[in-house]
Design a protein around this ligand. Structure first.
Ligand code: GAL
Length: 791
């Protein structure tokens, strides 16, 4: 019987390493830490990236582990950055290069009554290990940042399991490798109580078996139906190994006419995700990994994510399986290709990635090329051949920024940063990829238009429109299977990139995954709930020359009705949109006067319209009006005996909104004739505190639990106040610790803190103080009854 013993609580940790530690461990000057762990909590920005690039020691001690003669003990690390040496009871158990894939060491013969596990972690950027050797636009934070376990397994055991499906025959296909040629194998598929079983007498230790499921259900993005699979191996001398999986029926096809899931064409709209978080870097436990998958699928409404630029946590991938979020997964790297040894690690990464993740139905394609690297046929023939040999059910991709590069993969995947000020938005696939090759855009925007959550409405609107432009072209073109924006959230990076403060502000959300306005370009496309987001905050004074310009509604409503100070202005429809190919074109709102001049003033209908046009022209061009416009103005002023003051008053009243008691805009979204959502924009009288959690019920199990708490100031109508920079203090009791500093200023109206459990169960009180604002209190419930902390 296999048994997994989590080793995630109570490690000793210190900066530095001495040879002596290999045998003695560390006692003095160390902290006690839990895994996932980052070697250094970085401040949000303006940090020194060298601060964490040192050598560290981790030490874990445990007592007697009883094994019978048929059992072995295997240490498993899910991810250690970047290089490590593992010493067990004074012996070198093994070493590992690379931050993103798991590794195991058999320590059976070294086990004693008292056991000491020492891990020397080298967090420096060793040029011999991918992605290092050149520059890299992201940080690889050091530490034992994914879980560790001791696996007690039978000597006769299951070595590998690959499960796929044949949707035409209704079969689940098993490809299983056993350690021994002996005994029986039992496969049990559980479909919510219905069991399908097969027992196989072992005459070959490589078993390929198909099991038919009558009336099977497909796994797809709307209904990601999963089957539970148990595989049990029993040898003739009674040794047992059991492994559990979840799997689904699905078929994927990339063609030159697009992507098909189970025979149905789907336009893949998505984003790239980095696995980093503010302060904690990569060390985010299960809940936080899952939260990102939920954010992408349930909030942003995208149907695909690229794990740029490395294999990510299995917790993230499991959640993607569960919620139907498609995944493109790729090997670690960024532009640079190192020497032969370096390349060997890349080739090995292909194998380790596919072997770790083959059984995730959400993964639809393997990335077997270093992101944005130059052609290297020798290397990439190997990575492609290996991927194809290991997995005949999935195609390969390799992300490029070069056109017409030699395509060894199945899909040409291109980072298209074409969009500048001109009219060319994206490249034509035929100018980039070989004829008939399936084609995807794997990144766009990003560094071309970094936008901070505290940038003004004009820049936010431009940012939105840039994403909308590319997405619109994508929907127009049948050849393009998918289009993924750069990127899900802002991220910390090296000094060579970003805004000088160690952050790339390329995200559709900030570093805490709080949405920027551009997020709603995505939310409004495939999102299931009614959405209405207005691109402007409608404060004229925040615009150059007080010209708000065109405003857009990102919405899935049929039309948007606009009111100013409770007076109806006009209905606006998607037919008005410059982005008509999108499932829900952003609606252009280019008139905030409507018929108000005609209604409120003493002009004829025709003249009221002329005056409106002139006021709008003036707001855009000031006195630089055309001769015709100047003439019209002169005639109208004469006809109605208007002085310059009268004209200025009209401008102030209808465009500038000067001196009015209240200027309030109400936007109403209608679906099937009913108003389903409202947005109100106007003066802010009193900031309102909004506090969000990933979860208010936490549970420690294999590892500690964590939630983010996100503090935002909004106006009374729920609009985020992007220039609020109040100071927030979070106070917790003995049951939760705040990671890093418990005091931060709002930035872009928001800030966040990560709260970690400490093995104490019950109700934890949390208090949030915001300067010049009200206080907030809440309760977080913590369950430690299933915690492995004290076992
Ligand atoms: C791409 C690169 C990404 C990121 C992005 C910024 O070239 O693949 O990792 O750096 O640029 O726009």
């Amino acid at each position: 019987m296999s048994k997994v013993i989590p080793f995630n609580f109570g490690w000793k940790f210190k900066n530095g390493f001495l040879d002596d530690y290999k045998f003695k461990g560390i006692e003095k000057d160390c902290e006690v830490v839990d895994i996932p762990h980052t070697v250094k909590i970085l401040q949000k920005n303006y940090f020194d990236e060298k601060d964490y690039q040192n050598i560290y020691t981790y030490c874990y001690e445990f007592g007697d582990i009883k094994l019978n003669q048929n059992q072995m003990a295997v240490l498993r690390f899910e991810g250690v950055a970047n290089y490590c040496e593992v010493y067990f009871n004074g012996h070198l158990a093994g070493t590992h290069k690379g931050a993103y894939l798991p590794f195991e060491f058999d320590i059976t013969s070294y086990l004693g009554k008292r056991n000491k596990l020492i891990v020397k972690v080298d967090a420096s950027e060793n040029p011999d290990i991918p992605p290092f050797g050149g520059v890299v636009d992201y940080l690889v934070y050091g530490g034992i940042y994914r879980e560790v376990s001791l696996n007690i397994i039978s000597k006769k055991h299951i070595k590998k399991v690959f499960i796929s499906s044949d949707i035409h025959k209704g079969n689940l296909v098993f490809d299983i490798l056993l350690s021994d040629l002996d005994g029986n194998l039992f496969i049990n598929i559980n479909d919510k109580g219905n069991q399908y079983t097969k027992s196989i007498e072992i005459i070959n230790n490589h078993i390929v078996e198909e099991i038919n499921i009558p009336d099977y259900k497909l796994w797809d993005i709307d209904n990601p139906y999963l089957y539970d699979v148990e595989i049990k191996y029993v040898s003739s001398d009674g040794q047992e190994d059991i492994q559990n999986y979840k799997t689904g029926f699905r078929e994927i096809k990339f063609t030159e006419k697009g992507f098909y899931l189970n025979g149905k064409k789907i336009k893949l709209l998505g984003l790239n995700r980095h696995q980093s978080y503010e302060g904690i870097g990569y060390a985010a436990p299960k809940r936080m990994q899952e939260a990102d998958a939920l954010f992408l699928k349930n909030f942003l409404g995208v149907n695909i994510v690229r794990t740029s630029h490395y294999p990510q946590s299995v917790h993230f991938l499991n959640k993607c399986d569960e919620i139907g979020l498609l995944v493109m997964e790729e090997i670690p790297g960024w532009q640079h290709i190192g020497n032969k040894d370096w390349q060997e690690i890349s080739i090995r990464s292909v194998q380790e990635m596919i072997e770790r993740d083959y059984n995730h139905p959400s993964i639809i394609i393997w990335g077997v090329r270093i992101n944005e690297s130059m052609d290297n046929d020798e290397l990439y023939s190997k990575t492609n051949d290996l991927a194809h040999k290991l997995d005949q059910t999935r195609p390969t991709f390799g992300v490029r920024f070069i056109k017409k590069s030699h395509l060894l993969e199945d899909v040409y995947t291109y980072n298209d940063f074409t969009l500048r000020d001109g009219s060319i938005i994206i490249e034509k696939p035929k100018d980039v990829a070989p004829k008939n090759a399936p084609y995807m855009i794997t990144e766009h925007n990003g560094h071309m238009f970094p936008t901070k959550k505290f940038d003004n409405s004009k820049r936010q609107t431009d940012f939105c429109l840039r994403h909308a432009k590319v997405i619109n072209e994508f929907f127009k073109n049948d050849r393009i299977s998918g289009c993924l924006g750069w990127c899900m959230s802002d991220y910390n990076t090296h000094k060579d990139f970003g805004s000088g403060d160690g952050i790339c502000y390329h995200g559709v959300s900030d570093i805490y995954r709080r949405p920027k306005p551009v997020a709603y370009v995505y939310v409004s496309q495939y999102g299931k709930q009614p959405v209405l987001h207005i691109s402007s905050d409608m404060h004229t004074g925040d615009y150059d020359a007080a010209d708000i310009g065109d405003v857009y509604a990102f919405t899935n409503c049929d039309f948007v009705r606009v009111f100013k100070n409770n007076q109806f202005i006009k209905d606006f429809y998607p037919s008005n949109s410059p982005f008509k190919n999108m499932p829900h074109p952003p609606i252009l709102i280019d008139d905030f006067i409507g018929e108000l001049i005609e209604k409120n003033e003493k002009f004829s209908k025709k003249d009221a319209n002329k005056i409106k046009e002139l006021l709008i022209a003036f707001s855009k061009n000031s006195f630089n009006l055309s001769i015709v416009q100047k003439l019209k103005m002169f005639i109208l002023m004469k006809k109605y005996k208007l002085t310059m003051q009268d004209a200025t008053n009209l401008y102030g009243k209808y465009i500038g909104n000067w001196g009015q008691q209240l200027t309030q805009y109400r936007f109403e979204g209608y679906i099937d004739g009913k108003c389903v959502i409202k947005v109100i924009k106007g003066k802010v009288y009193k900031p309102v505190l909004k506090v969000e959690f990933d979860s208010k019920t936490l549970a420690e199990t294999h590892s500690y639990d964590m939630t983010g708490v996100y503090i935002t100031l909004t106006d009374e109508n729920g609009n985020v106040l992007p220039y609020a920079n109040n100071v927030v203090t979070v106070i917790t009791d003995e049951k939760l610790s705040v990671i890093g500093n418990n005091q931060k200023a709002l930035s872009g109206g928001t800030t966040g803190f990560y709260l970690k459990t400490k093995g104490v169960g019950g109700q934890s009180k949390i208090k949030i103080k915001v300067s010049d604002c009200q206080e907030y209190e809440d309760i977080i419930t913590i369950d430690v009854s299933k915690s492995y902390r004290n076992i």
